[in-house]
Design a binder for this molecule. Structure first.
Ligand code: PLP
Length: 216
């Protein structure tokens, strides 16, 4: 894998207003450094311990995004430095992030992860609950949490129509509530489906294997 070339390829392929999150989970620091040297500054991880270890050794101007499921008892470990949590999917987690952000005298940015996949997935707030959460502007109950937008993962399938339908559902939710909730980020699309995400209005894509190669 030529990581630098992959970063450049993505940057030239996507428009300037789309944010590229390099998903570096399981990859060694050297790989992240290579991406960094090619200009990448935003990295996403799915385990808090691994993200914390990497953040201690790698350059300090990296923005660390948490994209994986977060246990409430681990929030404190990332609260001092995390830049964006993509996987805020339940009020209890908003509450915990709020508490730990306050302790660190900061505001933590999050995305509401919504379950849009038809397949059984444990993660993401069920669609109707997310709708009510946005309608009632519940994020405003947490003054040290800043809700920036929505994140969703589509069903793992080759059926492009299915994936498009799921992304569109999230895009519509985003459009309905972006003004009232002051949302600016729609995070849909990974290596296998980012083109479909972008076609449905995504402005943040999360790319792992197409940058760093397959994970072991
Ligand atoms: C691993 C992961 C990605 C990246 O997946 P690739 O298919 O390797 O691009 C994106 N988003 C989340 C939430 C992930 O866990």
């Amino acid at each position: 894998m030529d990581i630098a070339a992959n970063i450049k390829k993505f940057r030239s392929e996507i428009s300037d207003d789309v944010i590229l999150v390099a998903i570096s989970k399981t990859k060694p620091n050297e790989d992240l450094q290579e991406a960094y040297d090619a200009g990448q500054r935003i990295f996403g991880e799915n385990r808090i311990q691994e993200m914390s270890d990497k953040s201690e050794t790698l350059p300090k101007d990296i923005e660390w995004h948490m994209v994986g499921h977060v246990q409430t008892n681990k929030v404190k470990d990332m609260a001092p430095y995390v830049s964006l949590v993509h996987s805020a999917d339940r009020p209890k987690l908003f509450k915990e992030i709020n508490k730990e952000a306050e302790k660190n005298d900061r505001t933590i940015k999050v995305l509401l992860q919504v379950k849009i996949a038809e397949e059984d997935s444990k993660y993401g707030m069920p669609f109707e609950k997310a709708e009510a959460f946005l309608k009632n502007e519940k994020a405003k109950d947490y003054p040290h949490v800043k809700l920036m937008g929505l994140m969703g993962m589509a069903t793992f399938t080759d059926d492009e129509e299915q994936v498009t339908k799921e992304f569109k559902t999230l895009k519509e939710l985003y459009e309905r509530f972006k003004e009232s909730n002051d949302l600016t980020i729609l995070s849909t699309g990974m290596s296998g489906d980012y083109k479909l995400g972008l076609a449905q209005g995504s402005n943040m894509i999360r790319i792992g294997s197409s940058i760093f190669g397959k994970r072991g």
